[in-house]
Design a protein around this ligand. Structure first.
Ligand code: ATP
Length: 222
C-alpha cells in the first residue's frame, strides 16, 4: 500500500530520506526553498515543489494536511525548523519527524510536539565511537540514555555453548534476541541453540550489563 509522505528540506539527510522512500514505492512530496534542489528531485519524488515551510498558507495550498507523515529535514536554520514544526503541528499533521541540529533544538522540538526527533550526526557519531572502542561490537543502536541493542561477534569463548550454558540472562541481565548465522537470522533463539564462533549475536539490555557481558564473554584474550 502506498503511504503519503512529505520531506521538507532536501539537503543530504532529507534528500536521502526522499530517495529511499521513493525507491520503496512510497508517494513522496519533496519541498525545498531552493529551486536547484527541487529540480534535482523532480524525477525522484512523486512531486517536488518550491515552497517555504515557514509559510502556513503555502503549506496549506500544497495539501499538507492530507499527508500522513511529514519529515522536517531543515538543517542549519533552526528557527525555520521550529516554526515549520509548529505550523505542521497546528495543521494537524499525524506524524511529524524532525531533524535536530543540537540538544537545545531537540528539547524545543520535543516540547512543541514533534513525534520523532532525530539527531543523525550525534547518533552516527556514537555508533561509530562504539564500533571503534570495541572490535567486537559491529553495530549499536541506542534505545535510551542507558539501554541499547548491539550486534556482537560471538567469538571463541561462546563456541559450541548453548544460551543455557552461557546463562546470559541470569548472569548479565541481557537478552540475545536474535542470532545472525551466515545469511540466516534466527529470531528469538531457543535456549538450547548452540552458538558458532562466527555467529553474530543481537543483544538487548542496559549498557552496563552489555558491557559486562562483552568483557567476560566476547573479548578475546591475547
Ligand atoms: P544536510 O546535512 O542534510 O545536508 P544541512 O544541515 O546542511 O543538511 P541545510 O542545507 O541547512 O541542512 O538545509 C537542508 C535543506 O533545507 C536545504 O536544501 C534548504 O534549502 C532547505 N530549507 C531551509 N529552510 C527551508 C524552509 N524554510 N522551507 C523549505 N526548505 C528549507
Amino acid at each position: 500500500m502506498k503511504r503519503e509522505f512529505a520531506v521538507i528540506g532536501l539537503g543530504r539527510f532529507g534528500g536521502s530520506i526522499c530517495r529511499e522512500l521513493s525507491e520503496e514505492g512510497m508517494d513522496v512530496l519533496a519541498i525545498d526553498t531552493d529551486e536547484d534542489k527541487v529540480n534535482e528531485f523532480k524525477d525522484i519524488a512523486s512531486h517536488a515543489v518550491i515552497a517555504d515551510a515557514t509559510d502556513e498558507n503555502a503549506l496549506k495550498e500544497l495539501g499538507i494536511r492530507n499527508i500522513d507523515h511529514v519529515i522536517v529535514a531543515i538543517g542549519d536554520n533552526i528557527h525555520a525548523s521550529i516554526l515549520a514544526t509548529l505550523i505542521l503541528k497546528e495543521l494537524g499533521t499525524k506524524t511529524l519527524t524532525v531533524k535536530a541540529q543540537n540538544d537545545y533544538h531537540e528539547k524545543v522540538l520535543n516540547k512543541i510536539g514533534a513525534d520523532h526527533v532525530v539527531h543523525p550526526e550525534r547518533d552516527m557519531g556514537r555508533r561509530i565511537a562504539h564500533n571503534i572502542i570495541s572490535n567486537n561490537i559491529l553495530d549499536y543502536i541506542e534505545l535510551s540514555d542507558d539501554h541499547s541493542v548491539v550486534e556482537v561477534k560471538a567469538g571463541s569463548k561462546m563456541r559450541g555453548k548453548s544460551l543455557i550454558d552461557l546463562d546470559i540472562r541470569a548472569q548479565y541481565g541481557c537478552n540475545v534476541v536474535a542470532i545472525k548465522r551466515n545469511r540466516d537470522i534466527i529470531v528469538s533463539p531457543r535456549a538450547t541453540e548452540n552458538i558458532k564462533e562466527s555467529d553474530v549475536l543481537i543483544v538487548i539490555g542496559a549498557d552496563i550489563d552489555i558491557s559486562r557481558f562483552e568483557k567476560h564473554l566476547v573479548v578475546e584474550e591475547d
